[in-house]
Design a protein around this ligand. Structure first.
Ligand code: SAM
Length: 366
């Protein structure tokens, strides 16, 4: 059993609700928390999906007793989540706030998709939990913010992202948890192999890597809570707004703008560095006309582009004009990118209509 038993920082209710709100499934059958503590995440799950079967596992017997009185109908298990004892559960949703302890050099060994990996304890919980998730199932986790770029977890993320669709959401600073000071972020993981294809455009030699720029087109006034296509709007970019679960905006449209991995940030309105988000969508989504989307020729370069935007946030923010609702023009964004050695290609939906290998499907009618 791994030495992570002391990490008993339970999730505040508002954060648990926000995490559970990230799950896309409307009615999962079985929800599991592999390190459930006294059930903060499962309580949020029970609130959202009253009909779901809940399973809470923890090595801490006292915590399980408290979980049992809080959620009497849930099934309890007391096994080491890093062993293979949970393999038979096959939940369609996993909620997770793993132990973050042993920040120093402590590494765990886990086996994932037949490969043996050494990584941080939090990452080991994430990998082991993912390996028992049903095909097409979803996992949402609270992870330490530094794990994304930590060299000790780099190999684990590479392997995980090659077999699942992973999306990172915002970040929550110190003070989120009582009595300890980690900065955390949300991770959403869909247990489905991502479709990775390369756009048939080679990077320009003189400038550097290509940055595709797409300005959303759909007026948000045409959105509703109904409809067949998800509409991404600037309200989706603020992690704090999901704490009050709001309906996902939809629009009736047989066409959609983007799918796959891309970066979104506001074209107009309030703009903070946490609004620059790297998102991955398996289904095509429409982009509201308040947003820009950016991506590069492959996933690694798209991540690099995201890092550049976040680290140059102040310079980017200075490119916005206006006194009331500040806005960014396509031309100013183009100059900003060129100044930083990214070669901007402004795309319109029709640019990719005939491109069968593009991972971004574009509207026929726009
Ligand atoms: C950070 S707490 C999170 C608890 C709860 N999920 C929440 O969000 O409030 C981590 C939990 O992991 C449990 N834990 C630590 N090591 C474990 C292991 N090897 N297997 C199962 N649970 C473990 C601890 O007892 C603790 O309750």
């Amino acid at each position: 059993m791994v030495a992570t038993q002391s990490d008993r920082h339970y999730t505040p209710a508002s954060l648990a609700e926000a995490l559970v709100a990230l799950v896309r499934a409307e009615q999962p059958t079985r929800v599991l928390d592999v390190a459930a503590g006294d059930g903060a995440l499962l309580a949020a799950a029970a609130e959202r999906w009253p009909a779901a079967n809940l399973t809470g596992n923890d090595i801490d017997k006292d915590a399980l007793e408290r979980l049992s009185s809080r959620l009497p109908s849930s099934e309890l298990m007391q096994v080491d989540a890093l062993s293979n004892a949970l393999e038979g559960v096959r939940p369609d949703v996993i909620v997770l706030n793993p132990p973050f302890s042993h920040r120093g050099g402590y590494l765990c060994s886990v086996t994932f998709a037949g490969q043996s990996i050494r990584c941080s304890p939090a990452m080991a919980f994430l990998m082991t939990a993912t390996s028992i998730l049903a095909e097409g199932g979803e996992l949402v986790a609270i992870m330490p913010s530094n794990t994304r770029h930590s060299s000790k977890d780099a190999e684990a993320w590479r392997i995980l992202e090659s077999s699942c669709c992973v999306t990172f959401y915002g970040s929550f600073g110190r003070g989120t948890f009582e009595g300890c000071f980690p900065s955390v972020q949300f991770v959403h993981l869909l247990n489905q192999r991502p479709e990775i294809v390369t756009l048939p455009i080679s990077p320009s030699k003189s400038l550097g890597e290509v940055a595709f720029v797409y300005r959303g087109t759909m007026p948000v006034t045409r959105a509703s809570a109904e409809g067949d296509t998800r509409l991404l709007h600037s309200t989706d970019l603020c992690p704090r707004t999901i704490i009050r679960r709001k309906p996902i905006l939809r629009c009736n449209s047989s066409t959609a703008d983007l799918m796959g991995l891309f970066i979104t940030f506001p074209r107009v309105g309030s703009f903070q560095s946490q609004h620059i988000q790297l998102r991955s969508f398996m289904e095509p989504v429409r982009m509201s006309d308040c947003l820009f989307a950016l991506w590069s020729t492959d996933e690694l370069r798209t991540v690099e582009l995201h890092n550049m935007l976040v680290s140059s946030f102040e310079a980017l923010e200075a490119c916005y004009h206006g006194t009331c609702a500040r806005y960014l023009t396509v031309n100013d964004l183009r100059s900003f990118l060129s100044d930083r050695k990214w070669d901007p290609h402004v795309v319109r939906p029709c640019s990719f209509k005939s491109c069968s290998t593009a991972k971004f499907r574009f509207s026929e009618t726009l």
